[in-house]
Ligand binder design. Structure first.
Ligand SMILES: Nc1ncnc2c1ncn2[C@@H]1O[C@H](COP(=O)(O)OP(=O)(O)OP(=O)(O)O)[C@@H](O)[C@H]1O
Ligand SMILES: [Mg+2]
Length: 287
């Protein structure tokens, strides 16, 4: 969470014409997207639409084939550690934690980019090192409080239930004091109660001054939470707008449901199938 106050309305993130090709496949095609400092923006789209690939382009994991990514006023080099240092943090669709480290240690690792202590200082265990370490631990504990994980600070990450591992990923990402947090399917595998709690957590993150860009398949989560939603389909941005606009857009509905294919069973046929199934179930009961 940044303590910087933004005086201008300039976006924190500006992606311009981002394209990512893998051989003959164009996974992301000339995508433009901006996120402002006080926004929660959603990124949705069917499986394989290019959402995670786009995140990988934003965070320097991939060097985009074309296009630029700007954080505040700086064009980002495609190097993950420089992107993190600039102020963008992320979580992963497939959880990436240090399974055999404690919850607290995992957050301390995320803190690393923000501490200036050199290796020598650490080896010598200088007073300066101890002060920095104490400050890092305090900040990490604050983040565990914030995400509700403080009671489990000394548990091994691998012993946390799935939902809490996702929360820990968020806590670790926040440890780098990002101005923008990217979440890739933060509620995947969560029960409805955990999903609602995550919704509240994302709102709290924004209130503390960190903008959020979130990928999610749970539409209720997205439309409840997001100020703006962009829809990727086959690598291209199909629609962008408020939750209401996007929900009502026929192209979005078609992209998700697929337009009926020729020879698809019509209502009559479906009714016939249901009737036959009901009959079979009765026959089973009568036996
Ligand atoms: N490193 C890679 N090399 C080759 N192809 C890739 C690579 N990464 C992704 N792709 C392809 O790019 C396309 C977009 O994949 P991506 O993972 O970005 O989709 P997604 O929108 O995140 O999907 P999901 O909702 O299932 O997570 C897919 O066709 C995928 O197979
Ligand atoms: Mg993905």
């Amino acid at each position: 969470m940044t303590t910087m106050t933004t005086t201008t309305d300039a976006p924190v993130l500006t992606a311009t014409g981002v394209t990512m090709r893998f051989g003959g496949l164009t996974a992301v095609r000339t995508v433009d997207l901006t996120v402002h400092h006080d926004e929660i923006v959603g990124l949705i789209g069917p499986n394989g639409a290019g959402k995670t690939t786009f995140f990988n382009c934003l965070t320097g994991l991939y060097r985009p084939t074309e296009g630029t990514v700007t954080y505040r006023d700086t064009v980002l080099p495609p190097k993950p550690h420089l992107v993190t240092r600039a102020g963008i943090a992320r979580t992963f669709q497939n959880i990436r934690l240090f399974a055999n480290m404690t919850v607290l240690e995992n957050v301390l690792v995320g803190r690393h980019t923000r501490t200036r202590e050199g290796l020598l200082s650490a080896l010598l265990r200088s007073p300066r090192f101890h002060r920095a370490e104490a400050a890092s631990t305090q900040r990490a504990m604050e983040l565990l409080d914030f995400t509700g994980l403080a009671p489990k600070a000394d548990h091994l990450a691998r012993n946390l239930p799935y939902g809490e591992q996702r929360k820990l990923e968020i806590a670790r990402a926040l440890a780098s004091d990002p101005g923008l947090l990217l979440l890739d399917e933060p509620t995947a595998g969560m029960n409805p109660q955990e999903t609602r709690a995550t919704e509240a957590l994302v709102r709290a993150i924004r209130e503390q001054g960190t903008a959020v860009l979130v990928i999610e398949h749970d539409m209720r989560f997205i439309f409840n939470l997001c100020d703006r939603v962009a829809v990727l389909v086959q690598g291209e941005k199909l629609v962008e707008g408020t939750s209401d606009t996007v929900q009502a857009d026929e192209r979005v509905i078609a992209a998700y449901l697929g337009t009926p294919f020729e020879g698809a069973p019509g209502q009559e046929e479906l009714a016939e199938v249901e009737a036959a199934e009901a009959e079979a179930a009765h026959a089973e009961e009568d036996r």
